[in-house]
Design a protein around this ligand. Structure first.
Ligand code: HEM
Length: 454
């Protein structure tokens, strides 16, 4: 059986110069195949020392046991700072802890139920938008999943659909921001030598400024509504009315703008990537697509029925395993450490790679295969606990993990019960690491309505 697309690996030995060039183009194909079975790999360059850890006890130490000793580096995300400011994604220490105390309650299980109608409405809108493209001709699906995921964020945060004038502008400006930043790929997360200047093109700064101005309007308007009531009970209201239990302080407008910028970025790029790859997998394995369509047939806008979408959840989980939207996470050591008998200096980069961990050939059965039944097996359960990190883990786990699992499952169910997705033989997607794992030339599918087949 054909395996899902996997990027080519580089030869084991290449010069540093060649490695840096490959790395800058795409981090995934810049790595040698042996990383899929290594417990740890060391990269020493004249500029930095970097360790990719692929062993769950080490990962546990970094993400769970001593996260404060392995913060995000200040230089990480430098390419994103003009847009994200002091957002929870980039901060460390006490500032980060305070931000999480205010944000986390809005994403707790019980309150997620409140976001469900908005997610459902976004799914219906996505089904409607696809109708003109359900003609069996090749269609690039990432653009649609991106549109749908942006719609979800605006509806759940600010109770406005993506057609809202400000929301549309943010969405388009954001695309412009990415175009001005062609190297805004994972390399932006990696520390360069300290003398290396970080350039921001004038238009990058300008795009960031105009996105932030738009978000500021939304946030200021909401603050006024909160003062004068009535106000929608959405994520923005929840976050803006929550006081830090330790200090009693709430976010002011500039702080909230930073957080909205990251919710938009982290929340829509990732979900868009996960949905597009999972749809591609379903197109590759039509028997699974039919199972999902059957499972989804009875579903209505009833939150309590979501638990019946078991196979859809297993498929989405498998999509997140094979194509984790955040392929690597970078931290910095702040104390001398010993990793697998090696001395790690202060300031070394520590890389946790869901991409490699999810395909670790010494841990997973059939690591490169698509098998949604694995989650019910002993191996699948063990690996889910120890070698599965699509949302990271520990205190710095993705704030939106529960939210994203609902969104992914609901949108998949709605799309697959409405349409049949088929691969386009001559367009096999090649995974590359941009900000998230995307396909080099988009993900192309043929779409036809399911209803016509009944
Ligand atoms: C399939 C969808 C998603 C995936 C795979 C994903 C994955 C991740 C991962 C791996 C991280 C940790 C990054 C790191 O430590 O370097 C993260 C952080 C974060 N995510 Fe998500 N995410 C998803 C959706 C969302 C959504 C929908 C939201 C919000 C609405 C969100 C908000 C955040 C925030 C705020 C952080 C920063 C947390 C912190 O550093 O304390 N994510 N996400």
């Amino acid at each position: 059986m054909t395996l899902p697309p996997k990027p080519p690996s580089r030869p084991d030995r290449v010069s540093l110069w060649r490695y840096l060039k490959l790395f800058r183009a795409d981090i995934l194909s810049a790595q040698p195949a042996k990383l899929y079975r290594a417990w740890m790999a060391e990269f020493k360059t004249p500029f930095f020392q970097s360790y990719l850890i692929n062993d769950h006890t080490l990962i546990k130490r970094v993400l769970h046991e001593r996260p404060d000793d392995f913060p995000k580096s200040d230089r990480i995300g430098a390419g994103l700072r003009p847009l994200l400011g002091n957002s929870v994604f980039l901060t460390n220490g006490d500032v980060w802890k305070r931000q999480r105390r205010i944000i986390d309650p809005a994403f707790e299980g019980g309150r997620l139920r409140d976001t469900f109608p908005a997610i459902w409405a976004s799914g219906e809108a996505a089904v409607a938008r696809l109708a003109p493209h359900a003609d069996g001709q090749p269609f690039e699906i990432e653009s649609e999943t991106s549109h749908a995921a942006a719609d979800v964020i605006f509806r759940t945060l600010f109770s406005i659909p993506i057609e809202n004038e400000t929301a549309t502008k943010v969405f388009h400006e954001f695309k412009a921001y990415q175009r001005t930043q062609p190297i805004l790929n994972l390399a932006a997360f990696v520390r360069g030598p300290s003398w290396m200047p970080r350039f921001f093109r004038k238009d990058t700064k300008q795009a960031a400024k105009s996105i932030r101005a738009l978000i500021t309007t939304l946030t200021q308007d909401r603050l006024n509504q909160i003062k004068n009531g009535p106000v929608p009970d959405d994520l923005a209201t929840k976050i803006m009315t929550t006081a830090d239990p330790e200090t009693g302080e709430k976010f002011d407008v500039p702080e909230m703008v930073d957080q909205v910028a990251i919710f938009f970025l982290a929340g829509h790029e990732t979900s868009a990537s996960a949905l597009a790859w999972t749809l591609y997998l379903l197109a590759m394995y039509p028997e699974w697509q039919n199972k999902i369509a059957a499972e989804a047939a009875e579903i209505t806008q009833d939150f309590s029925k979501l638990s019946t979408l078991k196979q859809t959840r297993d498929v989405f989980r498998e999509g997140l395993r094979l194509y984790p939207p955040v392929p690597m996470m970078v931290r910095e050591s702040t104390k001398p450490e010993e990793f697998r008998g090696r001395n790690i200096k202060v300031g070394a980069q520590v890389v946790v790679s869901p991409w490699h961990l999810h395909r670790q050939s010494r841990l997973w059965d059939n690591p490169d295969g698509f098998d949604p039944t694995r989650w019910a097996t002993e191996n699948g359960k063990k690996c889910q606990r120890e070698a599965y990190l699509p949302f990271s883990s520990g205190p710095r786990v993705c704030t939106g993990a529960g939210f994203a699992m609902i969104e992914g499952v609901v949108l998949l169910a709605q799309l697959v019960r409405a349409y049949r997705f088929e691969i386009v033989e001559e367009r096999v997607p090649v995974p590359v690491a941009h900000l998230t794992v995307r396909s080099k030339d988009g993900i192309w599918l043929r779409i036809t309505p399911r209803s016509e087949e009944l």
